[in-house]
Design a protein around this ligand. Structure first.
Ligand code: GDP
Ligand code: MG
Length: 159
């Protein structure tokens, strides 16, 4: 039930000065930050992280985007964290992401528009898509000694 999941603040989120704003959305929900670092992704690592997208038309633009500046990598822990974090993040296409979600509050582009521009959809944030992906991504991005165990005050009230 207690799960860990990977979140990335993508280069557009970092360059727009939204690191604190976006991370606080997880904290205020009572989720726990157990790993945190800033990373410059290179093309090899992009291919590992996005291994199931390599053959897709948008991959070239996606690699260009994710390597275009540093990302902030975060491991988030909580009850059913994979699903809860995806809900906070919203749909892949910001156009369809509900208001109140990160992608719905800070972006509005459509996938069609990004395709036309031959760019990846700049949607601020990545979150693991399912439990299996979360396990793979947390271990790809973080070593065990970079993951921390501690109690947050929320645990007394919400867990
Ligand atoms: P996510 O799990 O919601 O991030 O979406 P995916 O795993 O399907 O795709 C990874 C990332 O590739 C997305 O967050 C977008 O930045 C980009 N992307 C996905 N689908 C498309 C698409 O159809 N067109 C374009 N241009 N970019 C896309
Ligand atoms: Mg995905």
């Amino acid at each position: 039930m207690i799960e860990q999941t990977l979140v990335l603040i993508k280069p557009d989120g970092v360059k727009r000065g939204l690191i604190g704003e976006l991370i606080s959305r997880f904290e205020r929900r009572g989720l726990k930050i157990v790993g945190l670092k800033m990373v410059q992704v290179d093309p090899d690592f992009s291919k590992k992280h996005y291994s199931n997208h390599i053959k897709k038309d948008f991959y070239k633009g996606l690699e260009k985007f994710i390597t275009s500046g540093p990302v902030v990598a975060v491991v988030i822990e909580g009850i059913d964290a994979v699903e809860v974090v995806r809900k906070i993040v919203g749909d892949t296409s910001p156009k369809f992401a509900p208001v109140g979600t990160i992608r719905g509050d800070f972006a509005h582009i459509s996938l069609e528009y990004s395709d036309k521009k031959k760019k990846a959809a700049e949607n601020l944030i990545h979150a693991s898509g399912n439990k299996k992906e979360a396990k793979q991504e947390v271990s790809l991005w973080f070593s065990l000694d970079e993951l921390h165990s501690y109690k947050i005050s929320y645990e007394e009230h919400v867990m």
